[in-house]
Design a protein around this ligand. Structure first.
Ligand SMILES: Cc1ncc(C[n+]2csc(CCOP(=O)(O)OP(=O)(O)O)c2C)c(N)n1
Ligand SMILES: [Mg+2]
Length: 1011
């Protein structure tokens, strides 16, 4: 049957140019195969075939302008397979998913058992708000009956119904997101650990000791080194239970759980590795002495300990975000079929003070939306941060419970240790829970800084009922009443429950004591955080507190303690880890590299675009479209966009590779009839992160380190508004460097004067400078499409084929202009990559010459200025395209350093000097960035050097006016050029004066930084 393939609905565009024919007459094509590429002035997009069959005729050619409904191809369609009858992939997966959900629901329902044996009864003591306690009791009894008969889900349903009803009847009181200040898991429902508690306690004590000894020894030797004891002291049990029973290591059978350790608990992690035989005493003694090889880094830094640490976490707030996006990315890889679903988990350990960072809580909604049941947060609530209490007058645990529960997380509070169980069981009047609820964190902290007597009086002494409750307990017994986070049974039960939770992320909020066991100097006192020296008495106390088998003399010598290899402790610790697949943390990679695409895939970018004008952003999108045709590269590309795909002309990707959505697309998009309609898919490739640069950057880091965390090399490309890139998420970019991320960051709509109408907060004139602060970030500011192609291909080769641990920052612009062909000069490619090459020479007059360096869009102003200088002033020039002042500076710095450190040896020559030393005339450089950008190379040439740039706040106007304002338009460049030559006494100053007058330049105008 003969079919006609017409141009589909392409939105608001008409007369769009055909730029590529992807098929020819006689070709056999399948449904959805791309047949032609069309390009508007903003974006390019492939048109897919809507039928399968053999092409009878192609009715368009490259250069034709087409609109909706125009004929593209005549196709002899294959019989028996009309496209309409095939159930679209999406529908299929929606049906499948619905079936799975139904099954889960069924399972859930059948699992729902009436609560029979749970004895825990929470009675809240009466208070003034209860105007009718008898009525209250009636309701409580009814609820109790429901719980017994029909279980907790039915009970919750009824409560919800009642609340809904009360709203309907006019009540506007909001349902509380809080439960009483007790453990979420009742003692009766706790899963018990099968571990040997005695031996685990001994091991934990040794780890505690060695961690403290390591910090104290380092500071005894060099008091300036610093370090923390109090944090790990509070978190030791939280880590140990995970290490002994839950966290599975990566090995050849399993991908491994991913654990984000709280940054300054690093000493404890080293101390465990010491017992495991992974680190030796010498290494412990080089804690925080990282300059010499083999030192232990102060905090988790993969850059400094690349075989050990996986995640840099110590800049507070980054860990929580990175962990959320890591868990999300893990699901992305699974849903795209790139890794297996092995039930791996992402664990993140966070401080309660750290939770105040907006980043810590900023992405918790995403974790719920995306059903990240592979994510477990553990918030160590020791109630203190650095200076003092986290919430002296309130309760951080309750606050966090409300926030996380409100966001839909599974919340598990671990507040009280097992010693409290019987007291709570005997709290018939509810007064104990009442005191627990009423006591604020400042009081809880103070109690643990004092003693049992103080707790008896201040806490239990508050009501006669609570006083009576502990009447048979000694002060020592009261002191022993432990917090949940220090009780391995409670922690085990919480972890077990978290592991089994389905459909939502879990947060375990554990109450602990800062500086646990450190005694008067460091336990629960406001200065706990900074305690890094312990005197002999403190150390003896610490030894006794944890029964560390060391003599007084050994304690005085601050000796480490490691039982011999055959001891039950060492055997146990190793056996536990072997059962869990190996040691942790450990950073390895078994990812296969990706072969860089052949050069010809970029060939079209080496030809001139002729009359056709386009921006470098558009050239980049064309390049990506081509890369998506490369079988090796295509599945590995991860385009990441913070709600700006249309800004960058990338909406064509929506249909082509789909937007990742773990639930697929449950709705018919408004624009479904259009070619670039919004298509969400479970196997979608694009990460549309919403207006969320920090989240997008976190996704990028997850993808850029997938080679180590998931053993699969990926090519993430995060495209953002350049102003909302580095300056917005600078600390994450730094963490990316530490993490040895590999991938591309594209600062689009770049430049202070190139993004015309958007104004002060949108116009970026410094992102390259920020990029230059990250040692392994390679950055470029290309002007022409062939430069972009050369840079991008080299990036693919270096990062993903050769596995170099660098990442690329490339700026692209939205100014349309035609692009010349790549110069034939052999050194051009090398120059593009090293940072500069000669793009044009003006040699007509051979009298006076100037070297003109331009970067980004300002290169074109420079080329135009060179022409004016030649034509109107008989000045010759060499024009250099500077693709990267940053790369030139790196090279210059290295060469200068070498030369200074090697006097008398053959001196090296910087690339800048190799390019410029034999040239004539002074140098004038300009870019669309601050002068500091081009100033970077000033020291690496012996010639006179003048910088121009866009220092100051941006503002909206036309490009022409902006360039005039910042004095980087061709007229200013001519005037400045003549002035430079006059200053160098190469021409008379009258020419400069004349030009300044001619171009209406006001010499008395204040510098733009003051405007
Ligand atoms: C972004 C950032 N700001 C400040 C610090 C300095 N700092 C390190 S630890 C700390 C206190 C941490 O308190 P908390 O999160 O409660 O952890 P704890 O040690 O109590 O477990 C501070 C302010 C940091 N590491 N990162
Ligand atoms: Mg804290």
């Amino acid at each position: 049957m003969s079919e006609k393939l017409l141009v589909p609905d392409i939105g608001e565009f008409e007369k769009v140019e055909v730029i590529e024919l992807l098929v020819k007459t006689g070709d056999q094509i399948n449904l959805n195969d791309p047949v032609v590429t069309i390009e508007s002035d903003k974006s390019s997009v492939e048109i897919p075939s809507t039928v399968s069959g053999k092409i009878k005729s192609v009715n368009v050619k490259v250069g034709d302008k087409v609109s909706k409904g125009d004929l593209l191809l005549n196709i002899e369609s294959s019989k028996n397979a009309p496209a309409e009858k095939v159930i679209p992939k999406d529908t299929e997966s929606i049906i499948k998913e619905a079936e799975v959900v139904l099954k889960i629901e069924k399972k859930k329902n059948s699992e729902e058992q009436p609560i029979k044996n749970q004895k825990q009864k929470i009675t809240q003591a009466t208070n003034k708000k209860d105007i009718d306690p008898l009525e209250t009791q009636d309701w409580v009894d009814s609820m109790s009956a429901v719980l017994k008969k029909d279980g907790k889900h039915r009970a919750q349903y009824l409560i919800k119904e009642l609340i809904d009803y009360s709203y309907k009847e006019g009540s506007d009181l909001v349902l509380s997101r809080n439960t009483p200040y007790i453990n979420t898991i009742s003692p009766e429902t706790e899963t018990k650990s099968k571990g040997d508690q005695n031996i685990e306690r001994r091991i934990r004590s040794l780890i505690r000791w060695n961690a403290a000894a390591m910090v104290v020894r380092a500071n005894k030797k060099f008091p300036e080194l610093g370090g923390h004891i109090g944090t790990f002291a509070s978190a030791a049990t939280l880590y140990d239970v995970g290490m002994n029973h839950f966290w599975r290591a990566k090995n050849n059978k399993f991908g491994g759980d991913l654990v984000y350790f709280q940054g300054h608990s690093a000493p404890g992690i080293y101390a465990r590795a010491f017992l495991e035989g992974r680190l030796d005493e010498k290494q412990l003694d080089s804690f925080r002495q990282e300059v010499k090889q083999g030192g232990l880094s102060s905090y988790p830094h993969p850059w400094l300990m690349p075989n050990f640490w996986q995640f840099p976490t110590v800049s507070m707030g980054l860990g929580p975000m990175l962990a959320i996006y890591q868990a999300r990315y893990m699901k992305y890889l699974i849903n795209r079929g790139l890794i297996k679903d092995e039930g791996r988990k992402v664990w993140a350990f966070l401080g309660d003070g750290e939770m105040d960072e907006p980043e810590s809580l900023g992405a918790i909604g995403l974790a719920t939306r995306e059903n990240l049941d592979n994510l477990i947060f553990v918030v160590n609530c020791n109630l203190q941060r650095l200076d003092g209490p986290v919430r002296g007058n309130g309760k951080i645990i309750q606050e966090l419970e409300g926030i996380f529960r409100g966001a839909g997380w599974n919340v598990i509070k671990v507040i009280w240790g097992s010693y409290w169980d019987s007291l709570l069981a005997n709290d018939k009047t509810g007064h104990l829970v009442k005191v627990m609820n009423e006591t604020v964190d400042g009081e809880y902290q103070a109690m643990k800084a004092r003693d049992g007597l103080y707790v008896r009086e201040k806490f239990f002494g508050k009501y006669p009922e609570t006083k009576k409750l502990i009447s048979s307990l000694s002060d020592k017994d009261i002191w022993r009443l432990n917090r949940g986070g220090h009780d391995p049974h409670k922690v085990y039960a919480a972890y077990d429950k978290a592991m089994k939770n389905q459909g939502s992320p879990t947060v375990i909020i554990a109450k602990t004591i800062k500086g646990y066991g450190m005694g008067k100097t460091g336990e629960s006192v406001n200065t706990s955080h900074q305690t890094k020296k312990l005197d002999v008495d403190d150390l003896l106390y610490y030894r006794d507190r944890f029964d560390v088998p060391l003599t007084d003399q050994q304690v005085k010598n601050i000796e480490y303690f490691k039982p011999n290899e055959k001891s039950p402790e060492i055997k146990y610790i190793k056996e536990r880890r072997m059962n869990l697949g190996g040691f942790l943390p450990e950073r390895t990679t078994y990812a296969k590299s990706i072969k860089a695409p052949s050069k010809d895939i970029f060939d079209f970018m080496k030809a001139s675009t002729g009359e056709k004008e386009m921006s470098t952003t558009m050239a980049m999108v064309r390049m990506f479209t081509n890369l998506l045709r490369d079988k090796n590269i295509s599945p590995r590309l991860v385009p990441i966009i913070p709600d700006e795909a249309r800004t960058f002309g990338m909406e064509g990707f929506f249909q082509k590779i789909g937007i990742y959505a773990h639930e697929g697309q449950k709705y018919e998009p408004e624009d479904s009839a259009q070619l670039s309609s919004y298509k969400e898919e479970k196997s979608g490739q694009v990460l549309e992160e919403g207006i969320n640069e920090a989240g997008a950057m976190s996704s990028w880091i997850a993808a850029a380190t997938a080679y180590t965390n998931h053993d699969i090399e990926m090519i993430p490309i995060y495209i953002f508004y350049s102003m909302f890139g580095f300056q917005r998420v600078g600390d994450l970019a730094w963490a990316a460097g530490d993490s040895q991320a590999r991938g591309f960051l594209i600062g689009a709509t770049a430049g202070r004067t190139t993004l015309a109408g958007e104004g002060l907060q949108h116009q970026d004139g410094h992102s390259h400078l920020i990029a230059s602060t990250i040692p392994n970030c390679v950055s470029y500011d290309p002007t022409f499409h062939y430069e972009l192609a050369v840079i991008f291909r080299e990036g693919l080769r270096r990062m993903h084929e050769k596995n170099e641990n660098v990442f690329y920052y490339i700026t692209t612009m939205n100014e349309n202009y035609s692009h010349p062909a790549m110069p034939k000069n052999q050194n051009c490619e090398e120059g593009i990559l090293k940072g500069m090459y000669k793009i044009k020479e003006f040699n007509k007059y051979k009298k006076t010459k100037i070297q003109l360096l331009g970067s980004g869009t300002i290169l074109r102003e420079m080329m135009a200025a060179a022409e004016i200088l030649q034509n109107d002033y008989q000045i010759d020039s060499d024009v250099w395209s500077v693709t990267s002042f940053n790369e030139l500076r790196k090279d210059g710095m290295e060469v200068e350093r070498y030369n200074l450190l090697n006097p008398g040896k053959e001196q090296k020559v910087s690339f800048v000097e190799q390019c410029l030393e034999k040239t004539e005339g002074p140098i004038m450089a300009a870019s669309d960035y601050m002068r500091m950008n081009s100033d970077q190379i000033r020291p690496y040439t012996n010639k006179s050097f003048y910088s121009l740039g866009t220092d100051g706040f941006g503002r909206s106007d036309t490009r022409k006016n902006l360039r005039k304002f910042f004095e980087v338009d061709k007229e200013h460049l001519v005037a400045y050029g003549l002035s430079v030559l006059a200053k160098e006494q190469l021409i008379a100053s009258k020419y400069a004066k004349e030009a300044i007058k001619k171009y209406n330049i006001d010499g008395s105008k204040p510098i733009p930084t003051k405007l």
